[in-house]
Write a protein of this length. Structure first.
Length: 468
């Protein structure tokens, strides 16, 4: 047998052995039998056609897998692991913490409740393309799961966007934020409402998935009142990343720093009054303004005295994209979010870091991670920050009332809630604090015409991390 005939036989044998009915059509091998060839029967191999890339195998969704088989505790454990990894990837570092099983988390909440007199619960809200999963960990009983199919990703995103737009716009009508705020309440809180009441819960700690972390939860509405009128509120990146020790010493002092003018950013004319007023009675502290507002001075002041509260009245940006795009503005430099460890807030430990003039890229997943992980990255037990730029005058009033409440509040979240309630129900009492003051900047004088009960002025301020 000639060599070409032998090769052809081998091809045909291979074809039939694998059950191919049209091997020549599907393969890149073609045999030519042209009678015009002078060199006899020759096998020609055509160039292989490029094949479409096979999609990479997706990793199984361990959270959904656990929920679908009814194991809520394992689902919560997998969420904790997943979100810890998300924050590590964003901040480009490793957190030396370990996820707790849900029963251990419940016991920790029970112990905190005994120490503080406040009964906390963890609320997980996990969006997915087809539904929203809400899970509750209370101090007693088993973890609870509810699935809300109406809250698919498209519907949830649309509602959250409408809600934020209504709240952020200080001139919006009530229906602009009440209608979407009530819908979100029905999806996130109402499914577990009876469980919250049965357990006597008065403090909700939200652990949220992407798209929800920048929602102003305080302004969710049940049709009669805002969520903050019912509960103390806070958000955390993950329970395993939380400093859970309940310590809030009213005897500590405040280091208040800030700037009223900037080289390339809008001025903050209320800052001088803000930082001077919060370091006076009933508190003690130090205030540093403008050219004295440097990282070096912050470190030197903390070396002299272990200030337990650090208040920064300055522009801070939680931007879309990489962590390096987000920053806190000092007088002489921008401190990027991945450089927050340079603040040195862990030694000696800072109970609370306050950023009073933040702006967050609302709805951006990366910006949300930066905001929710602020306390963890900075090294403070907790942080309080605003989701959007709030009117300078109303910020001054809110901060004055917050520190007044913080002096006697059982926990930090209590102080923020009482402040927000005052703005909702008794804004005139805050206005009175400005009356009679001399040489107020025009921006502060104009606050008298503002509707402080509108959620624009109070709902963006959020307790992040340890709320106790």
């Amino acid at each position: 047998m000639s060599k070409p005939s032998f090769l052809l036989l081998m091809v045909l044998t291979l074809c039939f052995s694998i059950g191919c009915t049209s091997f020549f059509e599907r393969s890149s091998i073609a045999y030519s039998s042209s009678n015009n060839r002078a060199d006899g029967d020759i096998l020609h191999v055509a160039q292989a056609q490029p094949q479409p890339a096979q999609p990479a195998l997706q990793k199984p969704d361990l959270v959904q897998w656990a929920i679908d088989r009814g194991d809520v505790e394992d689902a919560i454990y997998q969420i904790e692991l997943r979100w810890k990894k998300q924050y590590e990837e964003y901040f480009q570092g490793k957190f030396t913490t370990h996820a707790l099983p849900a029963p251990d988390m419940a016991r920790a909440l029970d112990q905190i409740g005994r120490e503080t007199g406040r009964k906390p619960a963890l609320v997980y809200a996990i969006p997915s393309p087809t539904h929203l999963d809400v899970m509750l960990v209370a101090p007693t009983g088993k973890a609870i799961h509810r699935r809300i199919k109406a809250a698919n990703k498209a519907a949830l995103t649309e509602t959250v966007d409408a809600f934020r737009m209504g709240v952020v716009n200080s001139r919006s009508d009530p229906e602009d934020y009440l209608q979407p705020g009530q819908q979100l309440y029905q999806w996130i809180v109402q499914p577990i409402e009876s469980d919250l009441k049965a357990n006597g819960i008065n403090t909700l700690i939200f652990c949220l998935g992407g798209g929800l972390r920048s929602a102003p939860l305080a302004a969710l509405h049940d049709g009669k009142q805002f969520l903050v009128e019912q509960y103390n509120l806070g958000i955390i990146p993950a329970f395993n990343l939380l400093d859970r020790q309940a310590r809030n010493s009213p005897e500590t002092q405040i280091l208040a720093m800030g700037a009223s003018t900037f080289r390339q950013q809008t001025p903050l004319p209320g800052v001088p009054l803000e930082i001077s007023s919060i370091t006076k009675t009933p508190w003690q502290g130090t205030s540093l303004l403008n050219q004295d507002f440097t990282l070096a001075n912050l470190k030197s002041q903390r070396a002299k005295y272990p200030y337990g509260i650090v208040h920064l009245a300055t522009h801070a940006e939680f931007a879309a994209g990489a962590v390096q795009k987000s920053y806190i503005q000092f007088w002489d430099r921008q401190l990027r979010l991945d450089q927050l460890k340079e603040l040195g807030l862990q030694q000696p430990p800072v109970q609370l870091l306050v950023l009073s003039a933040c702006r967050t890229a609302l709805g951006d997943a990366k910006a949300e991670i930066g905001f929710a992980g602020l306390a963890v990255q900075a090294g403070s037990k907790a942080a309080m920050a605003s989701l959007w730029s709030v009117d300078d005058g109303s910020t001054v009033l809110l901060m004055q009332e917050f520190y007044r409440q913080l002096k006697t509040a059982p926990i930090k979240a209590d102080a923020l809630r009482e402040t927000q309630l005052t703005m909702i129900r008794h804004p005139e009492t805050l206005m009175n604090s400005l009356r009679g003051r001399q040489n107020l900047p025009p921006e502060l004088s104009r606050v008298a015409k503002s509707n402080l009960s509108h959620p624009h002025h109070w709902a963006g301020f959020t307790m992040i991390g340890n709320p106790w």
